[in-house]
Write a protein that binds this ligand. Structure first.
Ligand SMILES: C[S@@+](CC[C@H](N)C(=O)[O-])C[C@H]1O[C@@H](n2cnc3c(N)ncnc32)[C@H](O)[C@@H]1O
Length: 268
């Protein structure tokens, strides 16, 4: 397999996400969010993320969500008292959905189309909290570079809050005959490549731009953040799954794997 450059991988991921936006709109979840978002206290964040955000404190704060997708999580931040919310994503098609949701919401979140590696300067040194949720880190070809860009968005004392899938899961294939057999190295350096539309449940048998999913070890995540001038203040692993339904099979085991984590780091 010819490896793409970092820029090629990011560009191909953009194409794949743009193409997949129409499939996500076909889901019952979209219809549910579309009607719920008009409530001032709309919040689709689960208790785990809510708890961490409440601990960090978003009340009266300016928050940026990087990789905001259709903006439903960004809009949820108002229920926690956020003063201003900006969502950033490189997919124009998903931001169109975010604007559709905002038009129904009483809150005025702003959505900006940008690759996280090329954030406009107006986003620099502006936020109290930068939020990154489920399924963002692995689209980044270089996790250390990613954290340098994330850190730039924060005011001194501002915090990055991450709620992500656990990298141990990248070693397993939930669809394998034995879903517990170690299938791929924890230290894998080449990305997983998919040529079908990116959907959260099931598969759509249609060709799509290649999407590149990069595996990052916990140590790479920690080191990347530390090198970007961030001081880690919280890290917790959980036995529940926050990713595609297929991964629910790893929950409630006697020998339980960590399935997701929350993580906070402060810009010093
Ligand atoms: C799995 S989604 C995040 C979903 C989010 N947790 C939610 O539930 O809405 C990942 C998002 O990251 C965005 N993304 C991937 N690479 C990006 C990049 N380099 N810059 C900006 N956004 C990116 C994709 O367009 C996609 O919308």
């Amino acid at each position: 397999m010819d490896m793409p450059t970092k820029q090629q991988a990011v560009a191909s991921n953009r194409e794949a996400w743009n193409d997949s936006a129409r499939h996500h709109k076909d889901s019952p979840e979209w219809q549910g969010v579309l009607s719920a978002v008009s409530q001032a206290n709309f919040c689709c964040l689960d208790d785990t993320l809510r708890g961490v955000l409440e601990q960090v404190g978003v009340e009266g704060k300016d928050v940026v969500q990087l990789g905001c997708n259709n903006g439903r999580e960004s809009l949820s931040l108002y229920a926690l008292g956020a003063r201003r919310v900006v969502g950033v994503d490189q997919s124009a098609a998903f931001l169109e959905q975010a604007r559709e949701l905002t038009a129904r919401s009483p809150h005025g979140a702003e959505f900006i189309e940008a690759d996280i590696h090329h954030l406009p300067t107006e986003l620099h040194h502006r936020f109290d909290v930068a939020l990154i949720t489920i399924g963002v880190l692995n689209w980044m070809p270089d996790i250390a570079e990613f954290f340098r860009h994330v850190a730039q968005t924060l005011k001194p004392g501002g915090a990055v809050v991450i709620y992500e899938t656990h990298p141990f899961l990248e070693m397993l294939d939930p669809e394998a005959a034995d879903p517990y057999r170690l299938d791929s190295s924890y230290f894998r350096s080449e990305p997983f490549v998919q040529h079908q539309p990116i959907v959260y449940e099931g598969k759509i048998e249609q060709p799509a731009a290649a999407s590149y999913w990069f595996v990052h070890t916990l140590s790479a995540i920690f080191t990347g953040a530390i090198e970007a001038g961030l001081q880690i203040s919280h890290f917790k692993e959980y036995p529940h799954s926050n990713r595609e339904e297929l991964y629910d099979r790893y929950e409630k085991q006697v020998a339980q794997l960590p399935l997701c984590f929350t993580w906070v780091a402060v810009r010093v």
